[in-house]
Design a protein around this ligand. Structure first.
Ligand code: CO
Ligand code: CO
Length: 306
């Protein structure tokens, strides 16, 4: 075992030979959008992301689904699976099979297997003082999904977030490996500050996040002011108080946005400045990759939001 439970990394890694290792992960959840096809695409992109976050290449996957067949019918389930299959195809991943159980609430995701070179694993633990922090997608998907459930926004206001949640982190992963990233993670349920905190602890460094440089989806701060905040994001913010230090200019709404639970979020990458420029150049056409801060020597495990 090269990477297991202990470091809280995105996926497990198991060595097969000196230059080949398996990388494995599983992820599934309840729908966060109305359309079953979009839900399938998002769940698949989210599951694959944990392989990309370590610099691996996903090869095969198994569907995991729970579904109330009597109430919703098999057509809806088929659309979810089609969405997952479309994203898997885009990733060059073969879905080998899967398993569905009856359940009151739909759930879907993938168990993913990929490969990685043992000497090229990008974990949470390698960030070094002087590295820059790059983020590859905007944040605020939890806020938008909650606002949509409460009918505060229409479907069209979800489209920018759906476009990003269905987007693979494959190119961000290739760019970070090519340009010598020291550490990375994907931003999901613990929010930007939470996943950043994992990196800071594992790497024994502090991360400074320039709050006003973090890209947010349109409408996020206004929707927070209107109360559209998922319970998980409020819990995150409370939990992050143990290690996050906020400058006075970072108001409550922005703090919540930075702790908002994400689905299929971007990669947070720690990389020396020259490599950061290389990644920005490689991904310039995506238009969403930005430098949001830097790695400091200490205090170890702290997130400094400034
Ligand atoms: Co992850
Ligand atoms: Co995960």
């Amino acid at each position: 075992m090269l990477v297991g439970f202990a470091t809280g990394d995105d996926a497990g890694v198991y060595r097969l030979t000196d230059d080949l290792a398996l990388v494995q992960t599983v992820d599934f959840f309840t729908p966060i959008v109305d359309d079953p096809y979009d839900f399938g695409r998002i769940a698949a992109a989210n599951a694959l992301s944990d392989v990309y976050a370590m610099g691996g290449k996903p090869l095969t996957a198994l569907n995991i689904a729970a579904f109330p067949v009597e109430e919703l019918g098999t057509d809806v389930l088929a659309r979810i699976l089609e969405g997952g299959a479309a994203v898997a195809r885009e990733a060059g991943v073969t879905i080998l099979g899967g398993h569905t159980v009856k359940d009151d609430e739909p759930k879907y995701g993938l168990a993913v297997t990929g490969t990685i070179r043992p000497d090229a694993i990008v974990t949470h633990a390698g960030a070094r003082p002087g590295d820059l922090l790059l983020l590859s997608k905007p944040v605020g998907t939890g806020i938008l999904a909650t606002a949509r459930k409460r009918d505060l926004i229409g479907e069209e206001a979800m489209l920018p977030a759906i476009a990003q949640m269905t987007r693979l982190n494959d190119r961000a992963a290739a760019a970070m490996v090519a340009h010598g990233a020291h550490a990375a993670t994907d931003i999901t349920g613990f929010g930007l500050v939470g996943h950043g905190g994992e990196m800071a602890r594992a790497s024994n460094v502090a991360l400074a996040i320039d709050a006003h440089r973090v890209p947010l989806f349109p409408g996020v701060l206004e929707l927070i002011e209107r109360g559209a905040v998922p319970g998980g994001s409020k819990d995150n913010l409370a939990e992050h108080a143990h290690f996050a230090h906020y400058a006075g200019g970072v108001d409550d709404a922005l703090r919540l946005a930075l702790s908002d639970a994400q689905t299929s979020g971007g990669l947070l990458i720690a990389v020396p400045p020259a490599g950061a420029q290389g990644i920005l150049d490689d991904l310039a056409d995506l238009d969403t990759v930005v430098v949001i801060g830097e790695v400091l020597a200490g205090p170890a495990g702290a997130i400094i939001v400034r």
